[in-house]
Design a protein around this ligand. Sequence first.
Ligand code: DGL
Length: 280
Amino acid sequence: MTFSSPERCDILDNRPIGIFDSGLGGLTCVREVMKIMPDEDIIYFGDTGRVPYGSRSSATIVKYVRQDINFLRSFDIKFIIIACGTASAAALPHITTEYDTDIIGVVDAASKRAVKATRNGRIGVLGTRGTINSGKYVEKIGKLNPDFEVVSNACPMFVPIVENGYADSEVADILAKEYLERLVERQVDTIILGCTHYPLLRNTIQKIVGNDVTLIDSGAAAAQDAKDIITRHGLRSDRKSTGRAKYYVSDTIHGFEELGSLFLSKKIDGDVAKIDIEKY
Ligand code: DGL
């Protein structure tokens, strides 16, 4: 993570916040940013032409993430949130010193909240293969409290299910039962939804693990950390009106508004355009 120089501390900053994900999951982070910083402009990029990232090699994910960041930096943005568990886990540590823009991911934010939330010291982590294989959650939680047990499981079928609009279906129930089995057995009391697509499966997951288990939304956690940092660095907008959002994708914009509205929990209100990410 790189942070702005201290001399920017007292400046109010109306430049947009850049947010990206491999697809539409990052809109769950956008939703939280809109809630807690409604006056900020947002540029969102969803790499829908190359989703999923979760099953790709670390080298490929790093390459994609550099392009995603380069695209967002082609706007005059003040801050970047990597609203993708996979990109945060597999790429952020590699690229963190390459840019002079402040960049955060979801892993640190979600780990901090899980460590605060757990009562029995057993934390479950659900994510893509890329996220779980990176071991970043185990590493981060271990640093915050070495006595805590982390039970992780990769859920490779969750993203396609959500992106195709099957979050509330029998198929989702069956898969969730299987993916959660070990976490339930180990009696975790807190589960990190380590992929930003998973908040759409919140009801399905909660139904299986019961209401006593706290679910941590990693995209929302990153939005809250972003607000703290942006505020601390004097980079909040002084706009008196609601900020605007622009959405970019790398595949067809057909269907984006309909499916995107599910992630955002409201109608997509803003321009949507397709870009060629390979140019960045
Ligand atoms: N939203 C991404 C994440 O948080 C989706 C995963 C993927 O592209 O495989 O990991």
